[in-house]
Write a protein that binds this ligand. Sequence first.
Ligand code: URA
Length: 217
Amino acid sequence: MTQQQLRIYVPPHPLIQHWLGVARDVATPSVLFRSAITELGRWLTYEATREWLPTQEIMVQSPLAACPATFIDSRIPVAVVPILRAGLGLLEGSAGVLPLASIYHVGLVRNEETLEPVCYLNKLPEKFDPETRVLITEPMLATGGSMMAVMAELTQRGVDSSLTRIVCVVAARMALQKLGTVYPSLTIYTATIDEVVNDQGYIVPGLGDAGDRIFGT
Ligand code: URA
């Protein structure tokens, strides 16, 4: 049976909570903020790979006897899609956990007047293998506009939303509602959920402009 409701995981892990605290603090300098986002990418991706990465059992010979062993099934493609700019910050940690994944960049910039996302880079392939496990990295799910645009591009190219996982740092209720309505089979891993998105499209309390803080701009 297909999943009927968006699944949102906020893993109660002390490392995730610690790095979220560092990222939220306005006094955190850019170099440490970048490390915090990398660490959040690592641990949230680790959590997100549960019951998602396909495995296969193969017999191996230990020094003492033959025994079955479980390995990642490398025949099934895995893709990471960082949404530029800020998704690059999470990518470093995610790619450490998924070293064999293909990385497809999508660049979106927000039109500051309409707050709508505008695509300036799309490196997605024309068609995905329908078995592909796709992990999207984007630290801030605020209005959900960018993520909806990326999901539309992915599903048009054959991606199965039930095999897709989003890794973010702060998710706002507004984005979760939007995504859940159109893509109920999606699964989201986030360090926290914040309630408010202000008139400028920023999450409150959030952590400010993630891209500017990662890149020191
Ligand atoms: N993008 C950010 O970088 N921060 C927000 O709060 C919302 C969107």
